[in-house]
Ligand binder design. Structure first.
Ligand code: 15L
Length: 271
């Protein structure tokens, strides 16, 4: 795999992983609606809006693989989520199919399953429980990828990303943290591993307090290099600065679950 396009290049996750992907794929074409601040000399950038199917087709001409980080990366109103993450994601997969792209790595999110309680350990094939319109759009993207894999033979690798950062930012992130180097390892599995057909994996580093069964990724050779427990003092120090969140602290999705929450409390057994 040589020619790879990365969408969402101006976003925070791209800022952490693009430096690690330099020299791995050639060309690595970066794309977004706006030019990334961190564009390095000689790096190729193509402006494209996910709501513009023709621009996406031009962007993917000749590409073998796509890393689709683009879209709206937190909760938003329905119009915003629909345009960027529902229609935008559809446009991206459709352009990939029409241009004969071989593989798409889709940046899904832990918020596709955010309404599982923290006392539960979950597997990738447990049903989705989105915690927001944003999480719903990520579940849609995973299902869309599955359709394009089964119907058109596109190889699709969806990563339910936890929280990408150099260290876990608080107690919740101790369970879902994903170091940028571990994310790059997962992306490379998605783009290069011969067994990838139609996969969903959790994107987490080696988190002793994790909630997710990581065997789906491990079966494809994923061995995370970073351990959240190495940063426990920092994370708990940051947690101590936060106010308790009676709803968010119960669920894996945290504050995403608490926003707009009005269901009966406490949640019923099985909730
Ligand atoms: C996400 O999916 C968001 O894109 C990111 O901004 C974080 O909020 C992360 O989840 C998280 O759950 O910490």
């Amino acid at each position: 795999m040589k020619h790879v396009v990365l969408t969402g290049a101006a976003g925070g996750v791209a800022g952490q992983i693009v430096p690690l992907l330099r020299g791995v794929y050639d060309p690595l074409v970066l794309s977004d609606r706006v030019k990334p601040a961190h564009l390095a000399a000689g790096e190729r950038f193509v402006e494209a809006d996910l709501t513009d199917p023709a621009a996406l087709e031009r962007l993917l001409e000749g590409a073998e693989g796509v890393i689709h980080l683009g879209g709206f990366s937190v909760e938003g109103d329905w119009e915003t989520i629909h345009a960027a993450n529902i229609a935008g994601c559809y446009n991206l997969f459709e352009a990939a199919r029409r241009q004969g792209v071989q593989r798409v790595v889709f940046a899904s999110s832990n918020h596709a399953v955010g309404f599982y309680q923290r006392r539960h350990r979950i597997r990738v094939d447990d049903r989705v429980r989105p915690d927001t319109r944003y999480g719903l759009s990520k579940a849609f993207g995973e299902a869309l990828g599955s359709l394009y894999a089964d119907k058109f033979g596109l190889r699709v690798f969806s990563i339910r990303i936890g929280n990408v950062a150099d260290k876990p930012a608080d107690l919740r992130r101790m369970s879902i943290w994903l170091h940028p180097e571990d994310l790059v390892q997962l992306i490379r599995i998605g783009l290069e591993h011969p067994a990838v057909r139609n996969e969903v994996v959790f994107g987490a580093s080696d988190n002793a307090r994790g909630w997710w069964d990581s065997r789906a990724a491990q079966r494809l050779g994923y061995v995370p290099r970073h351990r959240s427990e190495d940063h426990v003092a920092y994370a708990l120090g940051e947690q101590a600065k936060l106010a308790p969140d009676p709803v968010g602290d119960v669920f894996q999705g945290g504050a995403f679950c608490a926003a707009e929450f009005s269901a009966p409390w406490p949640p019923e057994e099985g909730g």
